[in-house]
Design a protein around this ligand. Sequence first.
Ligand code: AN0
Ligand code: CP
Length: 315
Amino acid sequence: MKNFLSVKDIGDLRVAVEEARQVKRDRFAFSELGRNRTMVMLFFNSSLRTRLSTQKAAMNLGMNTMVLDVAQGAWKLETERGVIMDGDKPEHLLEAIPVIGSYCDIIGVRSFAGLVDREADYGELVINQFVAHSGRPVVSLESATRHPLQSFADLITIEEYKTKQRPKVVLTWAPHPRALPQAVPNSFAEWMRAADYDFVITHPRGYELAPEFVGDARVEYDQRKALEGADFVYAKNWSSLGDYGQILSTDRSWTVDAQKMALTDDAFFMHCLPVRRGMIVTDEVIESPHSIVIPQAANREISAQVVLKRMLEKL
Ligand code: AN0
Ligand code: CP
């Protein structure tokens, strides 16, 4: 695997899920593979799970890891070409990227959507520069439009918990006080469609996701109708795409509560975390035996390890 930026980079999903099972059975089976190999993880945004699970996955493979928080201690980086750098950013990405590349074998990058310039975000201007100029395989740790390590972990989790061949999976928008990117729902939709589940997306009007991610998935504006008979409920907030980066609603009638879960076929509750209780989901639902958010987060180590293992095998 050269880069890991979207579902396209993983190939056959059945093979990938089988490889994940293998890694999970013995996560130290390939601890020689990464010997004397180094991974740099670069964070433009905060993280708990991605930082720890990806670092753990790299260590399981015997790699050395270095983590850099751009906002804490590094020079602030200019990302646009052609600007006169007379502001607060002393270094340009175009120098920083090859420099970082010279110190490592694999680069992981987290760079969220800015939610101001839709074209720049959907053109993936930051992560694409890493692909173009680092000379190293690049792993997305959540880019402007996708979060593939999360979606892969979501797929592994659904495969572990499903009791039907083709479960009904419902992605539901839920309220949040801050504007969030569309990366998690975009990516989730892309992977669920590739997995060929019975996949439904529900959100208030105005929260339509980009057609290239929705594809032929069913969109149902009535959340209750969407939840009927669901086997998995995946909650997530995102800001508007049409009215780019805006919060159009904080309507708490969309919060996932026990009444909503009662409409489902005893569904499992999922969320990528971090999650705001009382906004996205009630305490009762997230603490219920059918909440699988913790095993879902634990599978982040597994998805990262499959991806890094494949990259190491190609170095
Ligand atoms: C981020 C998002 O919605 O993209 C990261 C989720 C993994 N969430 C927040 O910023 C709260
Ligand atoms: N789900 C996820 O990516 O979490 P972090 O933002 O904490 O890494």
